[in-house]
Design a protein around this ligand. Structure first.
Ligand SMILES: [Zn+2]
Length: 253
């Protein structure tokens, strides 16, 4: 258990955050000792990782098999032109270490799949999904529900975003309740376009939910879906109900 001394660097660094009554030194210590896995270091993962690192999350895992391309540079704010051709996870780790070299960063260069998800996910109570396809979303959802993880998930398209906070330590609706099967017109940001600032909004909202989960701060978003739009800056919360026909109904009741 890492501690924070009032004379140490961490105390000064996180002072503005730890003087907040709802956080305090004890809360900041929880953040420093937390373990969060980010799946996907793209448009969502980049702002998410930055805010986790700047908040002081002490153990960050990142899964991504992609190489940085020029078309990533409009949204993926961990990367610059000189990183083109490099592995995303390697550059992301370097940036985190620059922000705080005491953060433990574990990187996984393979695409997440049913054969490696148990091994990669086992040490992380909180898992963030920032992937861009439904097949992986279902895989992560099913893994998290089976292993009673907290899953903070976001999805973005054009000007619209969605944010989910599932706490599977309790019986909760899941992503399959919301979307039982892959829609015929599956779209992702490669084919459909995406507003740069929308990615920033969604990744930051994910980081915010992660920190509240670590601190056990009650979140109105838990078990609900937040739908937002970057054009009209509209945010609305929709209650997520358990689907009686959900494939996971034996796990979430
Ligand atoms: Zn379900």
């Amino acid at each position: 258990m890492k501690k924070i001394s009032t004379k140490g660097e961490d105390y000064q660094k996180y002072y503005k955050q730890l003087i907040l009554k709802k956080i305090g030194i004890i809360g900041q210590r929880k953040i420093i000792n937390s373990k969060v896995l980010v799946i996907g270091a793209g448009g969502l993962g980049c702002p998410l990782i930055l805010y986790l690192a700047y908040s002081g999350v002490g153990n960050i895992g990142i899964v991504d098999h992609d190489i940085i391309e020029i078309s990533n540079l409009s949204r993926q704010i961990l990367f610059t032109k000189r990183d083109i051709g490099k592995k995303k996870v390697i550059v992301a780790k370097k940036i985190i270490k620059k922000i705080n070299n005491k953060i433990t960063v574990d990187i996984y260069k393979n695409k997440i799949d049913k054969n490696n998800i148990d091994q990669i996910g086992k040490n992380y109570p909180i898992i963030c999904d920032g992937t861009d396809n439904f097949k992986t979303r279902y895989l992560i959802n099913d893994y998290c529900i089976k292993n009673k993880k907290i899953l903070i998930s976001a999805a973005i398209n054009k000007f619209d975003g969605q944010l989910f906070n599932f706490d599977f330590r309790n019986k909760s609706a899941c992503f399959r309740c919301f979307m039982p099967q892959i829609p015929n017109d599956e779209v992702n940001c490669q084919s459909d376009g995406i507003m740069t600032t929308l990615a920033g909004m969604a990744g930051s909202l994910q980081a915010n939910e992660v920190i509240k989960s670590i601190l056990n701060i009650k979140s109105k978003k838990k078990g609900n879906l937040l739908i937002f739009n970057s054009l009209n800056s509209d945010f609305r919360t929709v209650k997520l109900l358990k689907n009686p026909d959900c494939k996971n109904k034996n796990l979430h009741g």
